[in-house]
Ligand binder design. Structure first.
Ligand code: DMJ
Length: 646
C-alpha cells in the first residue's frame, strides 16, 4: 500500500498542473533547465574552440617538423662533406663557389645515390656495382669482385627462400631461426651490402620488410651490444646510403628502447635488456659484470644517431661509459674484460684482443675517426694509442717460423693463445696510422703486416683452408687449432682489405681470394652458406650467420673494388661492417665528466652495494670456473650465454 502511494506522489511531479499550483517549484525547475542548457552550450563551444586551436597547432607543428627535417637534411648534407677539421659555419659563408659546387654534388647524390654506384640494371640486377671502372681497376679484381657479388646473391636468395623474416637461415634444415628476438637480423645486416653491390630490387624488398614488419616490442633478453651493432648500425648505414628517413626513424625507435641499459650508477651499461619492458641486467655467466667489448662498442652508433637526429641524449649515455672506462684504465691501456656496472671497475684480470675485449679497442680509434679527428674526440685517440702501447707488450713470436701473434694475459701471466677474432687488429693498426708520429705509424704498419701473415696462416694451416676459432702456440709447433669450428667470420678478410688499401700490394688480394675460394669449396650449399664444426674434418654446421652477409662478403667485395668504393676518408665501418658517414664534431663540449648519478636516474642503492659485494666474493671464488666454461664455449661478448655467435 505504502509503496503504491509513494509511486503515485512521484508521478504527480510529471504533470504540468502540479507546477501551476506550486509557482515556486515551477520557477526552480525553469531555472535548473536554463542553467544546464547554458552550461552544455558553453562547454560545447569551448570544446569546438579547443578543437580549432588544436588543429591550428598541429598543422603548425607539422609545418615545423617538415622545416626541421629539411633543415636537418640541409645541415647534414653541408656538414658531412667538409674537409677535415674545418668549421663549416665559417667556411660556407665565405666560400660561395664551393657551396654551389657542393650543392651540385648533393643534388646528384640525391638523384642517383652515391657516386660509386651504377644504377643501371639488367633484369633488376646490376652486374657490376662500381660505376665507371676507375683506371686502377684491374680485370682480375673485377672478375673476383663479381664472383663475390654472386656469392652474396646466393646467400641472400637462400635466406629469402627459406627463412624470410627470421633472424638467420639454417641452410641444412631449410628453415629460419630467431637468435635476436625476431628482428630480421639478416635483413637489416644485409641492407648496406645489397646497396653497395647494387642489388636494388633486393634492397627495396628488405626496406619494405623493415618499414612494415620490424617491431621492437619484444619480450626477450636482447644483447644490447648485438642489437646495437647489427640492427642500429645496419639501420643507420642504410640511412646514410639511401637517405630514406624511414631508417632513421626506426633507428631512433630502437635506441629509445635500448637506453634504459645505461641507467647504472657507474654509467657502464648492463649487457642484456628486455626490449619491450626496458628492464636490464647482466647474465650469470659474467658473474654479474658487464663485458668490456659490449659496453665499449656502442659509441659509434649512438653518437651517429645523435648527429643525425640532433638529440644529444644518445651520445651522452655512451660517452659517459667511456669516461668511466678511462678512469678505470691502467697505464698500459689494457682493460680487463669484465667491468662492474655498479662501480665502473674491473672485476677480473683477463686481458685479450679476442673475445670480449676486441672491439673496445677498435671503437676508441673509430670514434676518433667518426668525429673527424677534432678536439672533441681527441681523448679517444689518446686512449687508443695508450692501448696500442699495451698491445705491443703482448706480442710474441712462434717457433720455428716466427709468426707474430697477440698473446692473452691474466694478471702477469701471458697465455699463448690467440682468437681468430683478434685478426681485426691488423686492419685497426693500419687505420690508426694516420694521426700517429712517423715512427709509430711505421711500427703499426710493420706489426699489421706480420699479424696479417699469421692470420692468413690460421687459414692455410688447416685441411679445409678455413681458420679455426682460436690457436695455441707451442714451441717447435708454430700454431695448432684450439677450438676447431669456423662460423664464417670476417676479421681476417677485413684486415686484408685495409692492408690492400694502404699498401696496394696484390698479395693481400690473393690471400683474400684464397679464403673466399675455401668458403666456396667448404661452406657453400645449394641452400646457402654454413660454417664448419671442425676445420680439419670439414664437418658442416647448420647456420648462416648474418655477419657473413654484413661483413665477410662485404669486405671481400671491397678488397676487390677500387678504393673509391666507400672511400675511407669519408666513411667509417662499425664493428659489424656497416659504413657510417664521417661527420665532424665541432663546438661540442668534451664529454669526460664523471657520470652524474642524479641525472643518470640511478644511485648506488643498498641492493647495488649488496650486488657489488657478492660480485667481489664470486669473482674470487667462481671466476676461475666461469673462465673455464667460457674457455670451452668461447663466447665473444655474445651475451645470450648459450650461443657462440660473436
Ligand atoms: C661480428 O658480430 C662483429 O664483427 C663483432 O665485433 C665480432 N664478431 C662478429 C664477427 O665475427
Amino acid at each position: 500500500m505504502a509503496r503504491q502511494r509513494s509511486q503515485s506522489s512521484w508521478l504527480r511531479c510529471l504533470s504540468l498542473s502540479y507546477y501551476f499550483r506550486r509557482p515556486r517549484r515551477l520557477a526552480l525547475v525553469l531555472a535548473f533547465f536554463a542553467i544546464s542548457t547554458f552550461l552544455i552550450w558553453d562547454r560545447q563551444t569551448l570544446i569546438r574552440e579547443h578543437e580549432a586551436e588544436i588543429n591550428v597547432v598541429s598543422s603548425e607543428n607539422e609545418k615545423l617538423h617538415h622545416k626541421l627535417d629539411e633543415l636537418r637534411k640541409f645541415l647534414r648534407e653541408k656538414v658531412e662533406d667538409i674537409p677535415e677539421g674545418l668549421d663549416i659555419r665559417n667556411t660556407r659563408d665565405t666560400d660561395d663557389e664551393a657551396e654551389e659546387k657542393q650543392d651540385e654534388v648533393d643534388d646528384e647524390f640525391l638523384k642517383r645515390g652515391p657516386p660509386f654506384l651504377d644504377r643501371t640494371s639488367k633484369d633488376g640486377v646490376v652486374l657490376d656495382g662500381t660505376k665507371d671502372a676507375p683506371q686502377d681497376d684491374d680485370p682480375v679484381a673485377r672478375e673476383r669482385r663479381n664472383k663475390v657479388r654472386e656469392a652474396m646473391l646466393h646467400a641472400w636468395t637462400s635466406y629469402e627462400t627459406y627463412a624470410w623474416g627470421y633472424d638467420e637461415l639454417k641452410p641444412q634444415s631449410r628453415t629460419g631461426v630467431n637468435q635476436f628476438g625476431g628482428l630480421g637480423a639478416t635483413i637489416v645486416d644485409s641492407l648496406d651490402t645489397l646497396f653497395i653491390m647494387g642489388f636494388q630490387e633486393q634492397f627495396k624488398k628488405a626496406s619494405e620488410w623493415i618499414s612494415s614488419n620490424m617491431n621492437f616490442n619484444k619480450h626477450y633478453g636482447a644483447s644490447v651490444f648485438e642489437t646495437t651493432i647489427r640492427v642500429l648500425g645496419g639501420l643507420l648505414s642504410a640511412y646514410d646510403l639511401s637517405r630514406d628517413n624511414m631508417f632513421l626513424h626506426k633507428a631512433q625507435e630502437l635506441a629509445d628502447k635500448l637506453l634504459p641499459a645505461w641507467n647504472t650508477p657507474s654509467g657502464v651499461p648492463y649487457v642484456t635488456l628486455d626490449l619491450a619492458s626496458g628492464s636490464a641486467a647482466n647474465p650469470g655467466w659474467t658473474g654479474g659484470s658487464s663485458v668490456l667489448a659490449d659496453v665499449g662498442t656502442e659509441q659509434l652508433e649512438f653518437i651517429g644517431l645523435s648527429q643525425r637526429t640532433g638529440e644529444p641524449k644518445y651520445k651522452e649515455k655512451v660517452e659517459r661509459t667511456i669516461a668511466a672506462l678511462k678512469k678505470a684504465m691502467p697505464k698500459d691501456g689494457l682493460l680487463p674484460i669484465y667491468i662492474s656496472p655498479h662501480t665502473g671497475k674491473p672485476t677480473t684480470q683477463k686481458i685479450t684482443f679476442g673475445a670480449m675485449g676486441d672491439s673496445f679497442y677498435e671503437y676508441l680509434l673509430k670514434v676518433w675517426i667518426q668525429g673527424n679527428k677534432t678536439e672533441v674526440v681527441k681523448h679517444y685517440r689518446e686512449m687508443w694509442e695508450q692501448s696500442m702501447e699495451g698491445m705491443m707488450t703482448l706480442l710474441k713470436k712462434t717457433s720455428p717460423s716466427n709468426y707474430l701473434y697477440i698473446a692473452e694475459r691474466s694478471g702477469d701471466a701471458l697465455q699463448n693463445k690467440m682468437d681468430e677474432l683478434a685478426c681485426f687488429a691488423p686492419g685497426m693498426l693500419v687505420l690508426g696510422m694516420e694521426g700517429a708520429s712517423e715512427e709509430k705509424a711505421q711500427k703499426y704498419l710493420d706489426v699489421a703486416k706480420e699479424l696479417a701473415r699469421t692470420c692468413y696462416n690460421f687459414y692455410q694451416s688447416t685441411r679445409t683452408k678455413l681458420a679455426g676459432e682460436n690457436y695455441h702456440f707451442r714451441d717447435g709447433e708454430d700454431m695448432v687449432v684450439g677450438t676447431p669450428y669456423n662460423i664464417l667470420r670476417p676479421e681476417t678478410v677485413e684486415s686484408l682489405m685495409y692492408l690492400y688499401r694502404k699498401t696496394g700490394d696484390n698479395k693481400y688480394r690473393d690471400w683474400g681470394w684464397d679464403i673466399f675460394q675455401a668458403f666456396e669449396a667448404n661452406s657453400r650449399l645449394a641452400t646457402g652458406y654454413v660454417g664448419l664444426h671442425d676445420v680439419n674434418s670439414g664437418n658442416k654446421d647448420d647456420m648462416m650467420q648474418s655477419f657473413f652477409l654484413a661483413e665477410t662478403l662485404k669486405y671481400l667485395y671491397l678488397l676487390f673494388s677500387p678504393p673509391s668504393v666507400i672511400p675511407l676518408d669519408q666513411w667509417v665501418f662499425n664493428t659489424e661492417a656497416h659504413p657510417l658517414r664521417i661527420i665532424p664534431r665541432v663546438n661540442e663540449p668534451i664529454s669526460l665528466e664523471e657520470p652524474n648519478l642524479e641525472e643518470s636516474g640511478s644511485r648506488m642503492t643498498e641492493q647495488d652495494r649488496k650486488v657489488e659485494m657478492m660480485e667481489r666474493m664470486r669473482n674470487s671464488n667462481n671466476m676461475r670456473s666461469t673462465q673455464k666454461r667460457l674457455g670451452r664455449k668461447e663466447v665473444r661478448g655474445g651475451t645470450l650465454g648459450a650461443f657462440e655467435y660473436r
